[in-house]
Design a protein around this ligand. Structure first.
Ligand code: GDD
Ligand code: MG
Length: 374
């Protein structure tokens, strides 16, 4: 069974606060994951399972999404609805689903997975559920919605952001639901409504909420750490994607017009985008993403790191386990490590050391020799 004919409502209205400064100018679903917006992977997944129409429920920086994707992505027709004020996850689903009178899929726009939507829909129908939540096992449920289920999959409790003493299962809400339109009647119009806190507990009381367990890959992208891990997963082909296919069995993708100087080393898995320049003696990889048009200076080292489109990294600078945002400039002789983030358009002068998750604001300037760690 496929999910063909099912419409989808995608929540993309959040501010992505934990990913600042990367989300200062770009809504989270538009952040690049190996040079293409995160949302492109979601669209690809939905289309692969037969979904042919998606409504984007937008809030924060809404115009960029429509300006980039327009009316369709492959075989998926796209439409956009912009909330006048943030309506919350429940309000956002109701707002996006206006006019939908059949079973539909609702999903968070910041998760990556390969869920079998057809199997999930079959499960939902067999049980006559009002709602079915995709479930993923995680090590630490505290950042998610914990879902307690009975043997047959019926949800016994839904606890958003559980406290330590409430954690008695590793299964959490993976951020994708199959819903009947009648569920929307539980969303009060007007103010913000959370589907997790306000709606799911009521469906639990009614006994009409079920959980469907995901086999395989799942990741939500909410922090610089998970954003970097998503890059690793894309480069290692830990989930299915067109990008993964084009990386091929050598886990390397170098755009045809990228320039790699003689004597520069590329260590797979590695990606170098269109028009990028890698100068002599640089070492890029493993697990490095160099965005389109970015420049990596002579003898620089980029390891387990992302240098986004249009950014520049100076000679001998090391970027390890960190992120340099779009159009940012990092001078020569710097060290950027320990999950540090240089915001888009920021300038970091020569010989600075960034460590311990420091975040340089978008467009900020740090003068040469300003930051050190002993
Ligand atoms: N349209 C709209 N309006 N979208 C919103 C709003 C809003 O007011 N608030 C949040 N969103 C979108 C975000 O853009 C994101 O795609 C999704 O709703 C979830 O919001 P997050 O802020 O990312 O929530 P979370 O990650 O803390 O928790 C959610 O996701 C977890 C899985 O990743 C919950 O659904 C948890 O239960 C779940 O485990
Ligand atoms: Mg999230």
């Amino acid at each position: 069974m496929s999910a063909s004919g099912l419409p989808a409502v995608i929540l993309v209205g959040g501010e992505g606060t934990r990913l600042r400064p990367l989300t200062a100018r770009t809504p989270k679903p538009m952040l690049p994951l190996v040079d293409r917006p995160l949302l492109a992977y979601t669209f690809e997944h939905l289309a692969r399972h037969g979904v042919d129409r998606a409504v984007l429920s937008c809030g924060y920086l809404p115009t960029q999404i429509e300006a980039h994707f327009g009316e369709r992505h492959g075989r998926l027709a796209l439409s956009y609805r912009v909330e006048p004020t943030p309506l919350g996850t429940g309000g956002g689903i109701r707002f996006g689903a206006e006019g939908i009178s059949s079973t539909f899929v609702a999903l968070n726009g910041d998760v990556l997975h390969g869920a079998d939507l057809g199997a999930m829909l079959a499960f939902h129908r067999e049980r006559g559920a009002a709602g079915t939540i995709l479930l993923a096992p995680v090590d630490d449920p505290s950042r998610y919605g914990l879902v307690r289920c009975a043997e047959d999959g019926r949800v016994r409790a839904f606890v958003e952001k559980p406290r330590a003493e409430e954690i008695d299962t590793n299964l959490i809400n993976a951020g994708l639901y199959v819903l009947e339109p009648k569920v929307l009647e539980l969303v009060e119009p007007g103010g913000p409504v959370s589907i997790e806190r306000d709606v799911f507990p009521r469906l639990v009381e009614a006994g009409s909420l079920y959980g469907f367990r995901l086999d395989g890959y799942w990741r939500d992208i909410g922090t610089p750490e998970s954003y970097l891990e998503a890059h690793r997963d894309a480069l290692e082909r830990n989930f299915a994607s067109e990008l993964g296919d084009s990386l091929g069995s050598d886990y390397t993708l170098i755009a045809a017009d990228a320039r790699v100087a003689e004597g520069a080393r590329l260590v797979p898995p590695v990606y170098v985008g269109a028009g990028a320049l890698i100068e002599a003696g640089a070492r890029v990889g493993s697990l490095a993403v160099i965005g389109a048009g970015a420049r990596i200076g002579a003898a620089a080292e980029i390891d387990s790191a992302v240098v986004a489109a249009g950014a520049r990294v100076g000679a001998r600078t090391k970027v390890v386990g960190s992120i340099v945002g779009e159009q940012a400039e990092v001078g020569a002789g710097c060290q950027i490590r320990g999950l540090s983030v240089v915001g888009p358009g920021a300038t970091v002068g020569e010989r600075n050391m960034l460590d311990h998750g420091i975040r340089i604001a978008a467009g900020e300037t740090i003068s040469s020799d300003a930051l050190t760690f002993s």
